[in-house]
Each structure stands twice: as C-alpha cells, then as structure tokens.
Design a protein around this ligand. Sequence first.
Ligand SMILES: Nc1ccn([C@@H]2O[C@H](COP(=O)(O)O)[C@@H](O)[C@H]2O)c(=O)n1
Ligand SMILES: [Zn+2]
Ligand SMILES: [Zn+2]
Length: 592
Amino acid sequence: AQPAAPAPISAPLRDLEIGQLNFLHTTDTHGWLAGHLQEPSFSADWGDYISFASRMREKIEEQGRDLLVIDTGDRVEGNGLYDSSKPKGIYLSEILRHQHIDVITSGNHELYQHNTSEAEFLTTVPNFRASYLASNIDIYHPVTSELVPLAPRYRKFTTKNQGIRIVAFGFLFNFNGNYNNTVVQPVEETIKQAWFQEAIQMTDVDLFLIAGHVPAHSSEYRAIYREIRKFRWSTPIQFFGGHEHIRDYAQYDSKAVALASGRFMETIGFMSIDGLSTSKQPDTSSNPVFKRRYIDNNLFSFYHHTGLDHDSFPTEKGRNVSRLITDARRALRLDTVHGCSPRNLWMSRVPYPHADSIYSWLAKEVLPDSLKDENRGSVPAVAILNTGGIRFDVFKGPFFQDTAFIISPFSNKFRYVKNVPYEKVQLIIEVLNKQKKVLGAPREDVASLDSLAPPEKLSHSSGALSEQESMAAVYGVASHQVPLISRRDDDSIIPGYTTKDDAGTDGDDTIHFPVSYYEVPNVFQALLSADESSPPETVDLVYIEFVEPYLALAAKFARLDADIPKESEEYMPSMGMTELIIDWVQKHWKCE
Ligand SMILES: Nc1ccn([C@@H]2O[C@H](COP(=O)(O)O)[C@@H](O)[C@H]2O)c(=O)n1
Ligand SMILES: [Zn+2]
Ligand SMILES: [Zn+2]
C-alpha cells in the first residue's frame, strides 16, 4: 500500500482578498505533482489543486469576477514521478494536462535535453494549445529542422466576466545552458523586435500580463518593464516569475508588480487586482490595487479559502487526477523502501560542512564508499560536485525510490582527468566557489550564521517526544527554537515560510515561525581512495559532467596543463549519482 499524504496541521491563516481579476500561480513544480508525502504543510497533490482552482473559479465567477491560472515552467526534473519513468515524463504530462491553465511558459529545465524540449514541442504545447507562450524561445522542428517558435509569442484575450483586455507574453530568463536544438533569445533583444513593439503599442489594453521563468527581481523583467513604460506609462503590468525557488514580490511602480511562487508544489501563488479599466468601462482612469498571497499547498488552506470541507471541496476531475497520480506512483514503484535514514539531512537548514548537511553526508560517506572506477585501481581522486545538482533534504525514516530522484534527479555522469596536482584542484574549487551562483543550490532567504544555535541532540530516552521535540525533529531546528504553542481553538503555529518581500511580511497565508537557512557553496568536494591524514600529491580530478564548462574555465585560470574536456574521460561509466545513492543506502541504512 502506498503511504497516504499526511493530513495538514491546522494553523492560523490570513484570508485571500478577491478582486476584479484574480490569479493562481505555480512555478518550478519539478514533477512534484504528488505533493509532499513527508511534509503536512505541502501535502496537496495536483488533483487537489485542480479542485482548488475549480472551486475558486466558482466562487469568483459567482461574483461576476475573473480567475486566471498561470504556470511559469520548470515542470520537469526533480521527482520520481517525472525522472524515473522510461522515457522520462510519460506519466507527468498526462497528469499535468488536466489543469486548466490560461498562460503557461517554459523553464530552463524543459530545454537542457534534446528529448525534453521535443516533448514540450510535441506534447505540452499542443496540450495547452492557446495558452502556451514562448516569446523568446525557438526550436529546430523535429521533422523539418526549420527554426520555429516553440509556441506563439503572445496572445491577446478578453476575460469572460469583467471584459478585461489582456496582452500576455511568456518569457525565459537569458539562459544559455540549453541543448543545441533550441535557441533562447536574450530578453533585451526580443523586446526590440517588431512583433513585440506592435504588441506593447496596441491600444485597448487594460493589462499587460508577463508570465515567465524569470526571477521577480531581475534585469530581464526590468528591461521589459522599461520598454512597456516607454509607450504605455500608466497601463497596469502584472508579472509572474520563477526560477529562484523562492516566494517573492517586486513592486516596479504603483501599477507594475511581479509575483514568484516558490518551488516543488509547496506554494500556490495568489494575486488579485482591483480598479482595472475594461472593455465595458474603457475610460475609467486605471488606479489598480494589487494584493498577493502565498498559499501553503495543503487541504487545510484549500478548505479555508474556498469555504468548503472534506465532502464539498473535491471535484470529480480533481479526484480522478489524484487517482492517476497514485496509479503512476504505483507503476513506478516510487514507494519501494531502500533503507531507513537515521537522521534528517539538510541542504540549507544547517551550514556546510555541518554533520547534518546533505553535502557532508555525500562527501564523507556516500562518495568515498561508492564512487570508484575499477580501471583506476587505488589512484586517489578528488570529486567535484555542484550543490545545485542535489535538490532536496532527506528526512529521518524510510528512504524511498522517490527519495533518490527527489535528491538527485539528473542523469549526469562522472568524468575525470588524470594526474592533477592536489593543490591545483583546491585552487579550482576556490575559483568555482567565487563565481556568482551558477551551479549552487538556489536559495536567497539566508539567515546570518549567528542566528541559529547548533541543533541540540534530541533525547529519545524518555520514550515519546514532546510536541516541541517532535516538531523540532520534523523541521530540523533545535527544540528550544520551537515556541511554546499558545493554542487558539485548534490552531497551532508551526515552522515554515515567513516571507519578507517588497510589500512587507504579511504575504504568507499560513502564519509560521521561521526556519533558518544558510548559504551553501557552488561546489563541494569528496576525497576518494586516499589517506585523509596527508593529502596526495596528484589525483584524478573527477567531476559531475554538469560542471564541465565551468570547471574548464576555472582550470585555465589555475593554469592546469590538461585540456578539459578534450583530455577527460568517463569515470565509473556504469553509474550516475542517483544509482550510486540508492546502492549506498541499500548497503548502509538498514531499517530496524
Ligand atoms: N542536468 C542538470 C541540470 C541542472 N542542474 C542544476 O540545476 C540548477 C538549475 O535549476 P533551477 O531549478 O534553479 O533552474 C543548475 O544551476 C544546476 O545547479 C544540474 O545539476 N544538472
Ligand atoms: Zn527550478
Ligand atoms: Zn529554473
């Protein structure tokens, strides 16, 4: 039997403020359409979200107002539901298509691989026919090889109830890591093109809607904002963004704002706008009022915001999609248990190299035990991996097939160059870690190093944990950080997002107490087959292939004689990181 999603914990909530035009927004879902099976706060699945959007639409349309649904890309790579099927994504695209989405765009993850962008072009674009927009992405047509837009550049439409006339675009940030079957045009060039200029100079527009896989605060969005304002100095502009995996809200001026809605199906972003002109009332001087809310993706929040309950909330379609997800997870055996983790391992809730850092675990335990190329015998090696390739935490308890793909979804292999002076390897690592964040795990809301006392050891000796202790264990904070909970009816305050954005600190729907985050380096290293007491003179420089272009540059800077990638070869060709982790867990983490 598959584990059921944990029931959400009741918590005090801030309400949504419905406006004339309303939006629900997802971004960077990365395959997490089953929601989080180990975290109650994010336990709703894509089927529940379909019910939520549908019930919200009913509620909003009853008032003669409008609702639009937006998704801004990175739907793929990051979860067993996408990455473990062969070919990847066959279940995901079937599940995804059941949500009605009004504007949908591509992220960078849709474009890293040849087959991913082709699947986008051949399946997802047709599935979301009128809604998929690609203002700055072209693809070489799989049949004709002609360079064509991935999807229409923009669309103009009028909302059903209010008659709000919208011109919508779909952008990707200035990404250059795409496979060579696609072309991403820099935003600053796209906005000079004739079609864009015509679109922004159209009359009879009540709102410009820019959806994109672009950070809310970014030079790309600023460039679009400036270009529109050259001609339309007072038309309201609503941006939706993503890519940074954070909750964020940017105010460009009193009539132009941007919302980013987190990552991994943790957040459903909500926006409302009041005071827009419409086709019915075109001449009203537009003085828009914007409201934003970051909804924790769980049924407790969904029931609250729709005013419904366990019986009245789900729609038939939503229930069917939840069933599709359960069936897909079963077919993919995502609940197979490979072992049991004795502790939580964090990406950014503890500093690196803390004993509970997931990177420390990989560097000190997994890689030295398992990353070995038989052809290299006992030659010592240093392995360099990007922290951004490790995507999530490991929770104490069962380690599922899904967990392996959640923490390491990419099919990246290992490569190496021989005979590299150890000192040069250290210099290369230093150079890589001085670069801006290109390889590192994305996270901006970083606490100062002093703000968190070292996690204390929990005492299990007395049997059952106190409420404070179990929350501390689940959320990876010291138990003295969990406030004594003052109960208000059934509501308790639990740790979670406490977002600070351009509009203040009241954006989250659920009132939480904060969790600490620490910045992590771009790359981390593991020493393999070596006596740790004295560093070897020369080593095999092993690296995960994603870092290759960055490593090649850093190696030049360090004046390494070897030419990367010309002189590098595959290392341990039979294994990628995901298989290596599964193998290690099976051998080392027995369940009691
Ligand atoms: N094959 C890959 C692809 C990506 N990465 C890492 O992901 C980062 C980008 O992820 P976003 O969700 O923020 O777009 C990228 O910077 C790499 O760190 C990877 O490791 N392997
Ligand atoms: Zn992402
Ligand atoms: Zn991204």
